[in-house]
Design a protein around this ligand. Structure first.
Ligand code: ZN
Length: 203
C-alpha cells in the first residue's frame, strides 16, 4: 500500500506556517514503512528536536482506480478515520529552504498513525465532519472537513490523475491549524465527532 498525503488544505493552517495558498492540491507520499504498527508507542526519532503532530481525516481506498471523476469518487472508499501525519518540522524547514524533497521529514518510520476505521455510513455528511486531537487531555486541534480547500472526493479525483489508487491505499487529507510539538510521555487522543479513533503514547 501507499499513503498519499495532502498539504495546505486548510486556510488557517497555511497561515500558521506562513505558506502560500496553493492553486492546486499539494501532494506527497509516505512509504508503507511509515505506518506505525497498531498498539505500538511512537518513539521520537533521534534526527529531530521538533516533531509535530498533524491530525488529519484519513480515507481507505477499497478498489483500484485511475482518472476517477469526482462524482464517482465515493464508490472508491467505505471507511474513514483520523490519523496523524508526524512531521520533523526542523528537518522539513531545512529541506524546504533548500528546495529539496520533504520525504525524510514526513515519511520516516512510524510517521503515519492510522486510527480505527469507521464505516462512512455511520459518520453522516463527510463534508461536514468534526474532528479533534487532545494532548494530555487538552484539546490542541479541532477541525471540520467543511473548511477543506479541496474536499475528499475532489482529492481522490485529483490524486488519481497522477497515481493509480489501489485497494488498501490511505489518503491523509491535510491538517487544520493548531499543529505543535510532541514530547516524550505525551498522550495523544484523536476523535471523529465523539468517536475515539486512536490513543497514542509518545516515547
Ligand atoms: Zn499533513
Amino acid at each position: 500500500m501507499k499513503i498519499i498525503c495532502v498539504g495546505r488544505n486548510y486556510t488557517a493552517h497555511i497561515a500558521e506556517l506562513n505558506n502560500e495558498r496553493p492553486d492546486e492540491p499539494v501532494i506527497f507520499i509516505k512509504p508503507d514503512s511509515a505506518v506505525l504498527p497498531k498498539q505500538q508507542d511512537f518513539y521520537l526519532p533521534e534526527f529531530s528536536n521538533d516533531v509535530h503532530y498533524e491530525a488529519e481525516v484519513i480515507v481507505k481506498i477499497k478498489k483500484v482506480g485511475k482518472h476517477i471523476s469526482e462524482r464517482f469518487a465515493g464508490n472508491y472508499y467505505d471507511e474513514v478515520s483520523l490519523g496523524i501525519d508526524f512531521t520533523a518540522r526542523d528537518l522539513q524547514s531545512k529541506l524546504k529552504a533548500k528546495g529539496l524533497p520533504w520525504e525524510k521529514s514526513k515519511g520516516f518510520d512510524g510517521s503515519a498513525i492510522i486510527g480505527k476505521w469507521m464505516p462512512k455510513s455511520e459518520l453522516g455528511d463527510l463534508d461536514n465532519l468534526d474532528f479533534s486531537l487532545y494532548r494530555n487531555g487538552e484539546q490542541v486541534q479541532n477541525g471540520n472537513t467543511s473548511l477543506m480547500l479541496w474536499k475528499i472526493d475532489a482529492l481522490i479525483s485529483y490524486i488519481s490523475t497522477y497515481f493509480t489508487l489501489k485497494k488498501g491505499d490511505v489518503i491523509f487529507t491535510g491538517t487544520p491549524e493548531g499543529v505543535g510539538k510532541v514530547n516524550a510521555e505525551d498522550l495523544l487522543e484523536g476523535y471523529i465527532g465523539k468517536k475515539n479513533a486512536f490513543t497514542l503514547k509518545i516515547k
